[in-house]
Design a protein around this ligand. Structure first.
Ligand code: FE2
Length: 671
């Protein structure tokens, strides 16, 4: 009689355990065991516990191929899902890891593959080949592409989070915490905290009153913003290290529709300098919001709102500060479209900057953050779930970087982007936001998603104090080296890449459904060598970890102070100099209720939740064998060194740049 010991681990998240009956069947090359109940004295499947069971078939099962799990009701109790983490089987031939890491419901037959990661062409046993094909067919039925707009990436077909398969849903802990944060932001009970601000249609009476928004939450940076939002050097700083650090480029030639003259800006340049010379020296930069040109906006009362497609010229001065020196609020120069200068009246210059920041914030939220990270992540995730079998090395490697992404995106399609979503309250409204995403998507290319190429294309390789670039490039290189080692291990030759049907299926769907078959995007439609695969995977992991952290985590810090980047401006931009007063700024800003609504959104999106997993942590043991584990440890060590270096650098800075410190970066997009 052979003996097989099964060490069964139940997950550590809330409600992971179950009282139900669990049955296991082992299937090997020489036969299968009886369906055996895993039952011992006492509680068997408690949250965060491991218990060992024995199965004794009459004879050896040969090499183990599959482990089947089933769950039956305990007495009359209602459904009690079980989160099985892993099962380690000690067979006469040795130890084998069967990763599970999913919820199991009654009536399901869950078949787990054990052992080392394998690509499909490495499976030789007919039962494994058949099982693998069947599993992928099931996945393709479970996760389908949906098209809601011909001009944006396809997405997962489920409309509501309640329909999502359990394996991609939030944990109960996460759901509870988000609900708590939401309630603390907007529920009637909390209205007292806001001193009656929720739902108020009153205009702010004084700019200082906006500090009331911080009565329930503030951060060191949000306070700094409230104090310094008017300062030109802080305005410039944020283009490099604020919540949207990707919106400027070097200006090597002044656009013909932005006729800034030397005379206009000379007073703001260093003594003896001219605009022409400074452009030549590489000291002039531009933020051009032309994506907003003639974009639809929503009605506000009887009038349509306005979102001018502004342009802002910035100068890197001898103190290495990036200073705005000229702003034109619309693309077409005209008398009603003056070029605003730092020497104009305070309200004029502030309003010009407020309109630039508002366009920047809207583009940031819809294009850079949601489309550029969340929706990109969804493309990679849906294609992965449909094409990779869980025993494939890239499933094991990528799935931890896709955790919760489908859940948060399904929520955002309703709560953020839907006709009733919060962005419907922005200047652009629902239709304008959709159009902005379409325009943004038309600009996304493979190289814009790759940080080194992106920085080079924008001519920002040497601008000083650009911590997003400095930390980001280091992270890019660390992730690249990690992917290089992993892919060298799993793909010894280019031929292994070419003949990996699941991998080719993945990238084909990314290209077709994600990038709509657009060859000009530069996104590959197949892989023929290891080098290209490594670069693509680096981009994927960088986008869903570092890039998302850089864009997502500073939203409350920088945007809660509404004049520093408002999603809504209620008045048209100034068309003549000298007509605005400080009161105009208060009339232009969102009213009190609208301000609270946006601040609550930024609070929820910037919150750290207790079940967050840090970049490179991989609490789930998915790889069997020492090599991948060793590579992961090296990755973690490099991240830890970078974290120390960033902390040392930050200790010297007036405003520490923390968003790309690995201790602040999540392993996937979860919020
Ligand atoms: Fe996010």
């Amino acid at each position: 009689m052979a003996e097989y010991k099964l060490a069964v681990t139940t997950g550590s998240m809330k409600y992971a355990g179950t009282m139900d009956h669990i049955y296991a069947t082992l299937i090997g090359t020489e036969g299968q065991s009886e369906r055996t109940e895993l039952d011992k004295i006492g509680f068997d499947f408690l949250t965060d516990s491991t218990r060992t069971y024995t199965i004794k078939p009459k004879s050896s099962l040969g090499n183990l191929l599959l482990l089947q799990l089933e769950k039956d009701p305990f007495l009359f109790l209602p459904e009690n899902q079980w989160f099985c983490s892993k099962i380690v089987v000690t067979a006469p031939e040795g130890e084998l890891l069967f990763p599970c890491y999913r919820w199991i419901s009654r009536g399901e037959l869950v078949e787990l593959r054990g052992g080392k990661a394998k690509k499909s062409f490495e499976d030789v046993h007919p039962m494994l080949i058949e099982h693998r094909e069947k599993d992928i067919m099931t996945r393709k039925n479970l996760y389908k592409w949906e098209i809601t707009d011909e001009k944006i990436p396809h997405h997962l077909h489920y409309k509501h989070v309640s329909e999502l398969p359990a394996e991609v849903q939030f944990s109960m802990t996460r759901e509870d915490e988000i609900e708590y944060t939401k309630k603390n932001g907007v529920s009637p009970g909390i209205e007292l905290k806001f001193k009656g601000m929720v739902g108020s249609t009153e205009q702010w009476e004084k700019i200082e009153d906006m500090n009331d928004i911080f009565c329930f939450q503030k951060t060191t940076i949000s306070e700094y913003v409230a104090e310094h939002w008017k300062d030109d050097d802080f305005f410039g700083y944020q283009f490099l290290n604020g919540t949207n650090p990707t919106g400027i480029k070097k200006c090597s030639k002044l656009p013909s529709n932005f006729p800034v003259t030397d005379e206009m800006v000379k007073p703001f340049l260093a003594a003896g300098c001219s605009l022409k010379k400074e452009i030549k020296k590489g000291n002039i930069f531009i933020c051009d919001n032309k994506i907003m040109d003639k974009i639809p906006t929503r009605m506000y009362g009887e009038e349509p709102l306005q979102m001018p497609a502004s342009m802002c010229l910035l100068y890197l001065n001898p103190e290495n500060k990036l200073m705005p020196i000229a702003i034109q609020l619309n693309q077409q120069p005209s008398e009603q479209n003056p070029i605003f200068l730092p020497s104009d009246s305070e309200p004029d210059w502030l309003l010009a900057k407020i309109f630039v920041k508002s366009a920047h914030a809207l583009e940031f939220e819809s294009v850079d953050h949601l489309l550029g990270t969340h929706f990109m992540a969804e493309i990679f995730t849906v294609a992965a779930l449909r094409n990779f079998h869980p025993v494939h090395p890239l499933y094991k490697l990528l799935i931890p970087h896709f955790e919760y992404t489908l859940h948060i995106n399904t929520l955002s399609r309703i709560n953020l982007f839907g006709p009733e979503g919060i962005l419907n309250n922005s200047t652009l409204g629902y239709e304008g936001t959709k159009e902005l995403v379409r325009r943004g998507f038309a600009q996304i290319t493979y190289s814009s998603l790759c940080l080194p190429d992106n920085i080079a294309a924008r001519g920002l390789e040497s601008i000083p104090n650009y911590y997003y670039r400095d930390d980001g490039l280091k992270l890019w290189n660390i992730i690249n080296s990690y992917m290089n080692k992993m892919m060298e291990h799993f793909y010894p030759s280019d031929a292994d890449v070419s003949k990996d049907a699941e991998l080719q299926g993945w990238i084909q769907e990314v290209f077709t459904h994600g990038f709509l078959g657009n060859k000009h995007s530069g996104i590959p439609s197949d892989f023929t060598n290891v080098k290209d695969l490594v670069k693509f995977l680096t981009m994927v992991i960088f986008t869903v970890t570092a890039q998302h952290a850089a864009l997502n985590n500073g939203q409350f810090d920088y945007l809660a102070w509404v004049l520093n980047g408002s999603l809504l401006l209620r008045k048209p931009p100034p068309t003549t100099k000298g007509q605005s007063i400080l009161e105009t700024i208060l009339e232009t800003a969102p009213n009190i209720g609208e301000t609270v609504k946006f601040a609550t959104l930024f609070l929820i999106l910037s919150e750290k939740y207790s079940d967050m997993v840090l970049l490179g942590a991989y609490p789930d043991e998915r790889f069997d064998g020492p090599e991948p584990k060793q590579i992961i440890q090296e990755f973690q060590a490099e991240l830890s060194c970078l974290s120390e270096a960033i902390q040392t650098r930050n200790a010297e800075l007036e405003i520490p740049y923390t968003y790309l410190n690995p201790t602040q970066i999540e392993n996937s997009i979860t919020i």
